[in-house]
Design a protein around this ligand. Structure first.
Ligand code: ACO
Length: 311
């Protein structure tokens, strides 16, 4: 019966076994995974837009090649993630429809504009830095297909992180104009990046169940702390200052402590009212329409191949 199955399911998770697509799982486990993995996949695809805008304007061929490769990786990450979600019984069409109709959430961070070239460096170093903390945790997740997708994604994200850091450190040592540009980018991306880890644990309704079933293995505040402890000293060493007058190092705990996060802005952004939400959605809708003939051609081709094989 249900109780016995649930106990066996939870015991498997406690033993560190992975849950695989054909295995029994509570309906709520499936629902939570579909929610998270599809939001994650949408984030990858929408995440191509802010940086993609700079591909034609990259300052050198080397930077252009790096950025092209990075944006292409994000398309691939979306693919692995949509596939991982499909193993739970949801279709690609349903997920894409939820995104295009504005029903689905995706990461807050991609609803801000990329105003200068320095934004590309800061996104690579800080936004991908936060994404790595979150995704390294998810690589330990109890659902096999999600955790395996994360292993590959994290390897690629590590490259994204390094290229961003390399660019930012170079500009931080550059001309006064370059230093101002990179500090300005840090000022604009700092708080949205801290918000990426999600609301404080006290305001995070999903965390307790996700932890219990090993979908998350760390809380939002733990991930945010790991991010701060790694990045704050490196930023300061580069001569860059996060825009938080209350930021301080706590000798007793050995951790960096941040001031209050502007959560009102976060809730607005994730509910569709951020500076670029409408723009991002329109861009995705247009890309979907413009790609329609490709999907139709692929379908017609595969039907013809099947018919030929049957002859
Ligand atoms: N952006 C948008 N929405 C968010 C964010 C965020 N940064 N953080 C939390 N939310 C939403 C949640 O989706 C949830 O909304 P819902 O109930 O409508 O689905 C609500 O805020 C409450 O948050 P939590 O209870 O804390 O949600 P959860 O426990 O799922 O934690 C988190 C949020 C950490 C983002 C988790 O869902 C997760 O790890 N997701 C997968 C990873 C991911 O999507 N990363 C995206 C950025 S990485 C990248 O794309 C490069």
């Amino acid at each position: 019966d249900y109780q016995e199955r649930l106990e066996e399911f939870e015991a498997r998770i406690a033993r560190g076994e992975k849950i695989e697509p054909g295995d029994w799982m509570p309906a709520e486990y499936r629902r939570q995974l579909i929610r998270m993995i599809s939001q994650h996949a949408h984030s990858e695809w929408v995440g191509m837009l802010p940086e993609g805008a700079w591909i034609p304007r990259a300052p050198s061929l080397r930077r252009k090649l790096i950025l092209l490769a990075k944006v292409q990786d994000e398309a691939g990450h979306g693919q692995y993630l949509y596939h991982a979600a499909e193993t739970l019984g949801v279709t690609r069409e349903e997920m894409v429809e939820a995104l295009l109709s504005g029903k689905a959430k995706y990461s807050n961070i991609f609803n801000y504009p990329t105003l200068t070239w320095a934004d590309v460096g800061i996104i690579g170093w800080l936004v991908d830095g936060m994404a790595i903390k979150n995704q390294t945790m998810l690589a330990q997740c109890s659902y096999g297909p999600y955790s395996r997708a994360m292993v590959r994604i994290c390897a690629e994200e590590t490259f994204h992180h390094k290229q961003g850091k390399e660019a930012v450190l170079l500009y931080a040592k550059g001309s006064p104009k370059q230093r101002r540009m990179v500090q300005d980018a840090l000022n604009r991306w700092w708080w949205p990046t801290l918000m990426m880890a999600g609301p404080h644990d006290t305001d995070s309704p999903h965390t307790p169940l996700l932890l219990r079933w090993g979908i998350k293995t760390k809380t939002n505040d733990q991930i945010r702390q790991e991010f701060l402890d790694e990045h704050v000293p490196e930023l300061l060493e580069a001569g860059l200052v996060p825009p938080d007058p209350e930021l301080r190092y706590d000798e007793k705990t050995g951790h960096w402590v941040h001031g209050p996060i502007p959560w009102d802005e976060f809730w607005k952004v994730i509910n569709g009212e951020g500076p670029m939400n409408r723009h991002r959605l329109l861009a995705r809708q247009r890309a979907h329409e413009e790609g329609r003939w490709v999907r139709e051609a692929l379908e017609a081709y595969s039907k013809r191949r099947l018919a030929q094989a049957a002859d």
